[in-house]
Design a binder for this molecule. Sequence first.
Ligand code: ADP
Length: 748
Amino acid sequence: MNLKEVCETLSREIRKLVPYDRLAINLPEKDENYVRVYAEESRLPAAAIPEGLSVREGTATGWVLDHHEPVVCRDVLQDSRFPLTHKRYKGVGLRSYVILPLMAEGKALGALNLASLRPRCYGKKQVEILSPIAEILSVAVENSILYEGAQRREELQKLFKELSQDITSLDIDSLLKKLTEKVREILKVDVSDVRVFEAGRWILRGVSGIDSDLIPSARTGTAMGRSGWIIKHRRPLVIPDAAHEQNLPSGETIRSLGLRAYLAVPLFSRGGEVIGVLRALGYQPREFIPEEVDLLQQLANGAAIALENAKLFEEVQSKSRELESTNTRLNRLLGQQSALREIFSQINLVDMGPLLDQLTQQALSLLHADHAVLRLLSPDGTLRAVSLAGRGVERVQDRLLEFGKGRSTWIMENQRPLAIMDIHQDKVFGPAPLLQELGARGYLGVPLISRGQKSIGVLTVSTVREREFTEEEIALARQLASAAAVTIENARLFEEVQNKSAELEEAFKAKSAFLNTMAHELKTPLHVIVGMQQLLLEEAYGKITEEQKEALERIERNVRDLLSLIDEILELARLEVRRVPLHIEEFTVNEMIQGLESSLMPLAKEKGLELKFEIGAGIPPLKSDRSKISEILQNLLANAVKYTDEGKVELRVSLQHPDTDTQVGRVSWSVRDTGIGIRESDRPRLFEPFYMAEGVDRRKYPGTGLGLSIVKRLVELLEGDLQVESELGKGSTFTVTLPLAHTDGEAR
Ligand code: ADP
């Protein structure tokens, strides 16, 4: 029996004991200021509380809920308490009433209310009769509240499960879209959207219930509008009726769309910053109860995590790409090094002094200033004057400025010009000693910004008179500063190139150190995550549910994928700089095959594929790097298994005739599959790092695009040859041909 049915049954029983014309069971709303008529039995022609919802304050029911005691009113016409209740009762002709609290564990869950058209119907006796009935009702109400709570929790859990599955799929935009759909469904609102604050703009990332074009996505400025309010106050904003809300920042768009109910909650980053806003909007005015606000906040928290995950993932990917391009650049530099050396030995470009002097002279004359000083930040944290012009500047030539305070530091840190009419009036920095020594008053400073957008120095001009620099003059100073920055950067670059071999050697070292550190930096927290995840999984922190267990296992899988991605990047980088030694040993093809078979068979079996090894006759023992060949074949076979859904994967090993020139015998290893195949257009780029063939379903065939690039470099290292043949939809064959015997102990 549900609560409604219990109420109905009890109402009939009560009528036999205590007569009434209206019986109501009232429950407080979650929002403590309201009481809802939950069940009602009435013979009156009109409803006592037509809206079914009443404010709590000033009513008899409110008093009962607050004081946990019954109230008896013998005649509403002669009772001055509870004017609101009595006005309503008079309106429908009710004269007397009794209200009892429904109590559980010291809390009032609701009230039982009996009223009659006749005066003086209720007294002490009726209260005594009704008390045990109220107790039964209390139990029923309590049960139903618990039940509803459990049901709601279950619903929420289901929802979160659904959403968290999507979180790992990382397609953030469809996830956010789905989230807004769920918000509409659960909160029964017409429109929902999620906006994210990115690079100084609000970007609409997901919307449902309305055409996204109707919602302007990017209003600049964080402090504007209601979203600005949320950023500032860091909490949800509820507006039951936007049409009648004047105190809050305007919401023209909302109003012009005819939307009235408004609920918005912040998305917090891990660092606690507000990074976005999730909104629920309705065409009709309505209240949002605290539970609904909480729910939306929880959904927003989930969305924030998903957004951050996606960002992290992108960062890792772009880091990898960055590394890749550093590699290419360094390799190119190495190749061009000797050519460049010749060119640069002729010209003395490192001597940037004259160029810079020319620039400061220009600053002095074009800006009609009395002094111009160009300072560069030295590695020791001082600002050193590298070029000066003007009267008396030699006095400050050797004086160092300390980086970390003062105007110059401000300019460099903010990467903005600073113009001051009279430094003696400057309340922030005051007249600095060096400028005072020059007798300066008017001041303009602009930063020197490098291509990497770092401030490398500062150009200042000053005048002995007060001076207001115009916009044009400031722009001109910036141009001169940027010319100076380019000159300095070029000079530094040339210097770098001139220092050639040794420096490149250093760069390689630094790069591998950087790679190792980066890998370490990335791997350490990942290992910590796995460690914590294991502890949680082993219930070291307390019992966990099946769902939590699944989530933890998902975390582990994802982290392990990341770890192996990092390892692959590292390996690729090492191969790239040919820093990998070879370990030559003697072994037979059979020995090699055994290892491969045991590691790949389970995978093939799981997919129902046949895995075959065919070894040609007469292959002598090989003399080569066994583990590298094994890695090559592992990669090719694993791909073949991954990209094949039915049929077989086969490795054929055969001896090739000795090369007529070198007389070196070769072995060819051919991995053939009956899988999805590779388009002709993809083949040229297949061996590039991170390249993944187009049009392949990456949910079904996930990857990193690194395997084949590692294979290619390993094959090059072993002085072999790699070929691919394929037909889309039919299968692929990767053939590696390697020398039978390797003589070098070291890679080139
Ligand atoms: P990954 O498999 O991790 O994406 P690889 O560098 O090993 O990276 O492969 C690059 C791409 O080449 C793959 O993404 C896939 O599209 C394609 N590919 C590699 N091997 C096969 C194969 N045996 N059959 C079909 N496509 C393949």
